[in-house]
Design a protein around this ligand. Structure first.
Ligand code: SF4
Ligand code: FES
Length: 533
């Protein structure tokens, strides 16, 4: 591990990183625009310059050199000495910032990026307090450059992060720099908008408010948002995310850096795929069958009802005709509680891995970012739970096969998919189950045959862990309260399994981990300092 001296302090840093990265990781807030650790280095913005000691050609003694060096383009080397906290470095930042502000509009009060804008932050920390610009500012046009993205060119500092992202990470190259000098602009090729499957990332990595998400435009000031740590449920990769929310609900989803999964990026599916939470047809009231219709029932009445009907179905054969379907949308803790509840009542009950939705093929992007075909977050976690419980088990297709032959007397089916998932085969098969409890987000073809319907909460309204397709266990926090009338799945299953009080996933996980250590081994990504992404 190389050791370098930054502003008189010895810093141990990772091998082969630029001095800028080492300084950021050591907690220094060094101004920079063009540098991004996930992209190639162009050293074009000149904000990160530093002083460095080099050998005097005559005496070979290490001396401070009068010129400044780009810290983003200088790799760390054991024993090197650099400094940022000097008059010359501060002067450079001030003058470069003055240059960036020449044509920049003073529209922070209406800019979406205000509050998280590098231009605003660096102006405040080291830029000029006033402008000497007397000429009229050059006004660049605003552009609609894709289905999700607007470009406010006036605000652009031409750092080229967005261009390099589309070239290097998405591999689609839609963006380019056209013209030169103060007339330089970002643009798309005619007839080829920014429309790749990772396009939303350019909004995050734009250090100023030039690239904007149409869905978030003028919706919220960022300082009014809270940030919940979460894991995207859209596929089996387990992309880590921030859910930005407040009392009005969810406003946006952003990547949460994860060195083992998605690094600084997320797919558009993960970014934009949360609106189902606010669909008007969400189930919000438990109901039980009353003749041909489902009638509302109190949450408090459900545990006894479920227990007595499952015990009845299990009488005589230990529950060989009872089944619980563990959806891969459940967290590991929720799946554990459901399996425990069913097996306590019916030791011979079949535990079923729920429907695993698959769309197309896995996609791998040039530098390794992946979008998985498996559109659920926790198949591996459910399989790990099933492996622990042992006993009779089946796939969802086998379960339907048994149901259609009348071999299932009682079933508890969990779902929670954002898309419709019940096909004709499932409807026909589950119609034959005399006692069917369906725990789901939306109405489905099973409504006509369900004996009990239990409204589910979305992942953003719950907490727990998902195990991704590589076996990595990651925790997600609750971002928003559940829809009115809905009890979070974990809370309900905790009560069903005999728990008292409040369901807390980490407490359940601690007891689960005593039996299955893999379900307690949660990976926590390294947090990034401010301005270090
Ligand atoms: S639009 Fe944003 S990311 Fe792209 S060059 Fe301009 S400032 Fe940089
Ligand atoms: S020149 Fe170093 S961050 Fe731009």
């Amino acid at each position: 591990m190389p050791k370098i001296i930054i502003d008189g302090q010895e810093v141990a840093c990772r091998e082969n990183i630029p001095v800028l990265q080492a300084a950021l990781e050591a907690g220094q807030d060094i101004p920079h625009y063009c540098y991004h650790p996930g992209l190639s280095i162009v050293a074009s913005c000149r904000l990160c310059l530093m002083e460095m000691k080099m050998p005097d050609p005559r005496t070979k003694e290490l001396v401070w050199v009068p010129k400044l060096f780009p810290s983003c383009q200088t790799p760390v080397k054991d024993g090197m000495e650099v400094r940022f906290n000097t008059e010359r470095v501060r002067d450079n930042v001030k003058h470069v910032m003055e240059y960036y502000l020449l044509n920049h509009p003073l529209d922070c009060p209406v800019c979406d990026k205000a509050g998280e804008c590098y231009l605003q932050d660096y102006t405040e920390s080291g830029g000029p307090a006033t402008s000497r610009m007397v000429e009229e500012k050059y006004k660049n046009p605003k552009k609609d450059i894709g289905p999700h993205t607007l470009l406010y060119q006036d605000r652009c500092v031409l750092c080229s992060r967005c261009v390099r992202f589309t070239d290097e990470i998405a591999g689609t190259g839609e963006l380019k720099v056209i013209n030169r000098g103060s007339r330089g602009e970002i643009d798309v090729f005619p007839g080829a908008p920014l429309a790749n499957a990772l396009q939303g990332n350019v909004v995050d990595l734009c250090p100023v408010g030039a690239l904007l998400d149409k869905g978030f435009l003028f919706k919220q000031r960022v300082w009014l948002l809270k940030h919940a740590k979460s894991v995207s449920p859209v596929d089996s990769r387990g992309q880590t995310i921030w859910i930005d929310h407040n009392a009005e609900g969810i406003h946006r989803i952003r990547p949460r850096f994860n060195e083992r999964v998605n690094e600084w990026w997320i797919s558009d599916e993960a970014r934009f795929g949360w609106k189902f939470i606010y669909r008007a047809d969400r189930l919000s009231q438990p109901r039980t069958r009353n003749g041909t219709a489902l009638a509302p029932v109190a949450w408090e009445a459900l545990p006894d009802l479920l227990r007595s009907r499952i015990e009845q179905a299990a009488a005589g054969d230990g529950g060989a005709r009872v089944a619980a379907v563990l959806s891969p949308m459940l967290s590991c803790e929720e799946a554990w509680l459901l399996a425990q509840f069913i097996r306590d009542l019916a030791p011979q009950a079949t535990l079923v891995l729920g429907h695993v939705p698959v769309t197309g093929q896995d996609r791998c992007f040039p530098k390794g970012f992946k979008i998985m075909a498996e559109k659920c977050p926790n198949r591996r976690g459910i399989e790990t739970v099933l492996a622990h419980f042992g006993g009779p088990q089946s796939t969802f297709a086998e379960f339907l096969g048994r149901a259609v032959e009348g071999q299932v007397a009682a079933a508890y089916v969990t779902a929670g998919y954002p898309e419709a998932w019940v096909d004709d085969r499932a409807v026909t098969a589950l119609r034959k189950v005399p006692f069917l409890a369906v725990h789901d987000l939306f109405p489905s073809g099973l409504d006509a045959s369900a004996t009990v319907q239990i409204p589910a909460a979305s992942w953003a309204e719950r907490e727990g862990t998902f195990m991704n397709c590589d076996g990595l266990l990651q925790a997600f926090d609750r971002a928003i309260p559940p829809l009115e009338g809905v009890k979070p799945d974990g809370q309900f299953l905790f009560e069903l399994a005999g728990g008292e009080g409040l369901f807390r996933s980490h407490k359940v996980r601690a007891s689960v981990a005593a039996a299955v250590p893999a379900l307690g081994d949660v990976f926590e990504p390294r947090p990034l300092p401010e301005h270090a992404h």
